[in-house]
Unconditional design. Structure first.
Length: 395
């Protein structure tokens, strides 16, 4: 029976004989996609909305993975669902817990590929850092992930699945009817700052974040989701319009000459063009301010003159500047700026009226800090020469 044949009751019976792998995973489907899948699987159209609501709540509000546990659905219907669909999230291969409480999960996705997800508990929040790609097409010269070729984009299910597996591990599926306030949650914030460039996997990231924000599910406010981009200018307005989350930008340099080397996508989208897109973002997304991430690299981008240039460049943009002391990784071509240098840099920015927190490296002992993530899926390694060539180093 071809998969595209019209679905009738008979087809549903035949569909029961489909091998396991042909069952459709419901995790990551948007509400309209879930509705379509249910109807195609035999759910009557006039009941589809109610079924979507019920199943959605079981999956995303209660964390249920078995249709049989969905007690407000009839027994026969549950069995039919189980034969046609699955509720699957990626598998945790290993979990490391740092001395500072940071947890790093090595996560296996279909095809045997691996990504990393990091949970960072702090006094006033718990942040989950999730990945959007296996590897990265870009080659920022200070980033460990950038040494790994892009293997593939994650699906929406694999992206939202990282939030779900962390909730499993932290035991954070609320009691029925008790949805905790954002600020008391273990996972109170989600940042797209793991492996990959989220704006090169736009649709899946968007769909996954819409699921995370959905009020009938995980229900995290859009203000508690931050997407970090290296500066894919054409996708920035779309991020405001279609996701509406907070935006962070990996700025890292104050001249095109230096940024071209650190963040090679700058050769395509220059600083001035990037700043124009950022200037428009807060209004388009109705969010307060942009986070500028700035990695502190010794003798590369860390002078007082850089700090002053930075302040001048971002004039008029509501901003916070997050200074990230460089996190080292084996073979990295840079060193972390000295502490006094970082403080002096921070001071200039602070005096210009911007918050300038210095990001304390977390989970360094388990290589979970910013830019240290790189899956053990090492088959597709970029060569040192490729990285150097793209970054314009040694040339
Ligand atoms: N690809 C996206 C998101 C992932 S990187 C982006 O580039 O924005 C998350 C942040 O960590 C980025 O600001 C990135 O520039 C920074 N980063 C990468 N490698 C780092 C390192 N070794 N030390 C400190 N920060 C790093
Ligand atoms: Fe990719 Fe971001 Fe790393 Fe650059 S910093 S290589 S965009 S993951």
């Amino acid at each position: 029976m071809p998969a595209s044949a019209p679905i009738t009751q008979d087809v549903v019976t035949i569909a029961r004989k489909l091998p396991e792998t042909d069952r459709i995973n419901l995790v990551g489907l948007t509400r309209p996609q879930l509705r379509e899948a249910l109807i195609a699987g035999g759910t009557p159209e006039n009941k589809a909305k109610m079924r979507v609501d019920q199943i959605w709540q079981w999956i995303y509000q209660k964390g249920v993975r078995e249709f049989d546990a969905m007690t407000n659905l009839g027994k026969t219907y549950r069995a039919e669902l189980a034969e046609r669909f699955t509720i699957e999230i990626p598998e945790v291969v290993s979990r490391q817990v740092s001395a500072d409480g940071t947890r790093k999960y090595l996560v296996r996705i279909a095809g045997g590929h691996e990504v990393e997800t990091v949970y960072i508990p702090e006094a006033d929040r718990g942040t989950l850092c999730i990945s959007s790609q296996v590897g990265c097409t870009l080659t920022c010269s200070f980033c460990h992930t950038g040494t790994q070729k892009l293997v593939r984009n994650l699906t929406a299910g694999e992206i939202v699945g990282q939030v779900m597996l962390a909730r499993d591990d932290l035991g954070e599926w609320p009691e029925p009817g008790r949805n905790p306030k954002d600020e008391t949650r273990l996972i109170s914030n989600v940042v797209l700052m793991g492996m990959g460039e989220p704006l090169y996997n736009f649709e899946s990231v968007r769909d996954a974040m819409r699921i995370v924000m959905d009020g009938e599910g995980i229900s995290l406010s859009r203000r508690r989701i931050t997407l970090s981009t290296s500066g894919i200018v054409p996708e920035i307005a779309r991020t405001a319009e279609e996701i509406g989350c907070m935006l962070a930008v990996s700025f890292h340099a104050t001249t095109d000459e230096v940024r071209d080397k650190l963040v090679p996508i700058n050769r395509k989208y220059k600083i001035a063009e990037l700043l124009d897109a950022l200037r428009a973002y807060p209004k388009l997304s109705n969010s307060e301010r942009i986070t500028f991430e700035y990695v502190m690299l010794k003798d590369v981008n860390d002078t007082d003159a850089d700090a002053r240039r930075l302040v001048k460049l971002i004039q008029g943009i509501p901003a916070k500047i997050n200074l990230i002391p460089f996190n080292e990784w084996p073979g990295a071509p840079y060193e972390r700026s000295d502490w006094e240098r970082i403080e002096s840099f921070a001071d200039i920015i602070y005096k210009a009226g911007y918050a300038s927190p210095i990001r304390t490296p977390r989970g360094e002992d388990i290589m979970a800090a910013c830019g240290q993530l790189k899956s053990a899926t090492d088959r597709a390694r970029k060569t040192r020469a490729e990285i150097a060539a793209e970054a314009g180093l040694n040339t």
